[in-house]
Design a protein around this ligand. Structure first.
Ligand code: SF4
Length: 206
């Protein structure tokens, strides 16, 4: 039987990742290696907190059904990179349909995955929340260790299909500056994205 490897599950979140009350389901594993990763347990083989069968995960989220229905909330898949676990997301979505649940499904993602993963969950996801890092490939690579071609391709695909997309553009101390952020915002606006949030990564100095 398949199981979801999680680094955490956080209930009763309000206004941080999607409308209404949400439960954050944070998956293990991520293809990136961000210099200031906030969830390093997602990258470590020892970082798995718990494994859930599809039914167990559904029941854990279902505990807050009343809150979701009262507030128009639901579940937010994050991580790590949740799209690596796209099959688990699909199983969850199918269980929602089978049980008549109309919870919102949000996803917090870097979009740096094969387009096949995005296509697979497209119909299941109500709101895509994308942490873009920086649109400049040189900055992106310096910060994450990867190139951002897939990010751009996947973003274009979602826009073309009229998906609900919020893009978060961070100021990353020592990797980009206000002008870089501005350039990323302009380039995203040119792609047709209207919902853009700027913020600053808070870095813990060691
Ligand atoms: S995308 Fe998120 S989980 Fe992955 S390395 Fe970057 S900060 Fe960490």
């Amino acid at each position: 039987m398949t199981s979801s490897a999680l680094i955490g599950l956080s209930r009763h979140r309000i206004g941080v990742d999607g409308t209404g009350v949400t439960t954050l389901v944070a998956f293990h594993s991520c293809p990136l290696n961000c210099k200031y990763c906030l969830n390093p347990q997602a990258l470590s083989p020892e970082g798995v907190w718990k494994r859930f069968s599809p039914e167990e995960l559904f029941r854990a989220v279902d505990k807050d059904d009343l809150y979701f229905r009262a507030t128009g909330g639901g579940v937010t898949f994050g991580g790590g990179e949740p799209l690596v676990s796209y099959k688990d997301i699909l199983q969850f979505y199918n269980l929602c349909k089978k049980n008549g649940k109309k919870w919102k499904i949000n996803i917090e993602t870097s979009l740096n995955v094969s387009k096949i993963f995005v296509e697979a969950v497209e119909n299941a996801v109500d709101h895509w929340i994308v942490d873009i890092k920086d649109m400049n490939p040189v900055i992106y690579r310096a910060y994450t260790g990867k190139n951002n071609e897939l990010v751009k391709t996947n973003l274009q695909y979602l826009i073309k299909n009229n998906a609900k997309v919020t893009v978060r553009v961070p100021l990353i101390p020592r990797f980009n500056n206000e002008q870089d952020v501005e350039k990323s915002v302009l380039s995203l606006q040119e792609m047709g994205i209207r919902d853009i949030e700027r913020f600053t990564y808070i870095i813990k100095e060691h």
